[in-house]
Design a protein around this ligand. Sequence first.
Ligand SMILES: Cc1ncc(COP(=O)(O)O)c(C=O)c1O
Length: 457
Amino acid sequence: MDLRQAVYDGYQSFAPLSRRLIAEAREIFPGGDTRMSAHYAPFPLSIAHAKGCRMTDVDGHELIDFMNNFTSLIHGHANDAVVAAVSAQIANGSAYAAPSRGQIALGALIRDRVPSIEQLRFTSSGSEATLMTLRCARAATGKQKIMKMEGGYHGSYELAEVSLIPRADLCGPIEAPLPVAIDASIPDSVLRDVVICPYNQPEIARDLIRRHAHELAAVIVEPVLGSMGMIPATRDFLVALRDATSAHGVVLVFDEVITLRLADGGAQAAHGIVPDLTAMGKIIGGGLPIGAFGGRAELMRVFHPDEVQPVMHASTFSGNVLSMAAGEAAMRQLDPQVFERLNGLGERFRQGANEAFAGAGIRGQATGTGSLSNLHFTDRPLDSARASLAGMVAAGNVGQLLHLEMLQRGVMSAGRLMYCISTPMTAADVDSAVDALADALRALKPGIEKERPALLG
Ligand SMILES: Cc1ncc(COP(=O)(O)O)c(C=O)c1O
C-alpha cells in the first residue's frame, strides 16, 4: 500500500461522522466545498464547537487550533469580552445602513495605532479592502497598472490572485516575471494591467518601478508573504519599495490583512516604514466578517461625498454594528505586551518544529515571524514564492499527509501547514503541537524513505 492510501485509511476511520457529513455536503456544494481555502482531501473535519484555542469536531475529538480561521481569531474562539459585546449589540440590531458610534470607536482605535492611517473606511472583507486601495490609487494618480508581488495574495478576485502560484514553466525570468493566471477565469485584460515583481529582490523592484513609473498607480505588497508559506519581507526590500514609489509618484500599499497581528500598529510599525495606504481585515473584526483600508487623508479624499465624482464604494455589511462591537472588544485586549507574548510563542513553535525535523532526519523547516509560521519540507533557504513553490513541488503530497497525521494527533493547522498563535495558548500548547509533529514525522518516515528518499536529511 502506498503512503497516501495508508494515511487516508487511518484518517477515514478516525473521522466517520465528518466523512458522513461531507457526503451530504457533496449533494449541495460542488465537491462538498464552499470555501476553497478550508477544503482538503480526502475531506475536512467538520467542527461542532470551539472555545479558546480548542475546537471539537463532530466525532468528539478535541483539537488545538493553530489555524484560527486563517489568522483572524487572535483571541481564539468565543472570547468572553467579544461574546459579551456581540450579545449586547445584537439585541439592538445588527446593521443599520447608517452611521453609528461603534464605527467611530473602532475606526479611531485603528487610526491611533496604525502609523499610516490618517483616515479610513470599513469594508466587508479583506478582499474588498485591498481592491479599494487599488481603486483609490488609480483615481488619485490617473494611472492604471498595479504592481504586485510574485506569490502575493490579496483576496478572492482576479487581480489579487495573479501570479499567486508562479509555476516554473510560466513565470518567466526573475528580472521581469510574467503574470501567471491562477485559473481559466482570469481575463487577459487583467494580466495586461499587472506588473509582477519578484519578492525580496530590492534591486529588481527598484528597476521595475522606475521602468513602469509612467503607468503604475500602485505597488501592493504583503510584509509577510502569507499564502505562499509565511516568507517575511526583508527590511531592505520594503525600504526599496518605499524609496522607489516615493521617487516616482506611485502609491505604496501595504496589505496588512494578516500582518496587523505582528505588532501594535502592524508590520509597518515594527519596520518603521510607512506606506501611503494600508489594507486590513481579520483581527480587527474580533472573529466577525470585516475589512478596512485607509492612509493619507489626501488620497482618501477621493471617497469624500462632496467630491464632484467620488470613487464609488458601497458595501451592504460595511461598518455593520456587530462587527464593530466584536472588533472593538478584541482590539482593546491587545497591547505591546500581548503581541510580545504571542510572538515569543511563535518563535518557540518554530524552534521546536525545526528541532523535530532535525530529530526525525527529514529535511524541513518552519518559516515565519512573530505569531505566524509555516512548515516546509525543504531545508533550502526560503525567501521567495519561487523557492517556496519549488520546495512544495519536490515534496509532492507529503505536506498534505503530515496535515492529516497532525489532525489525528489533535492539532489543527491550515492544510498548507500554516500555524498561528492565539492569546489563550500557553507554552504547553505549543510544546504539545511540537511533540505531535515529532511523532507524526516518525510515523511518516518509513513511507518517505520508500517514496521520497530525497527528503531524508
Ligand atoms: C494578505 C491577505 N490579503 C487579503 C485577504 C483577503 O481577505 P478576506 O478573505 O477577508 O477577503 C487575505 C485573506 O486571507 C490575506 O491573507
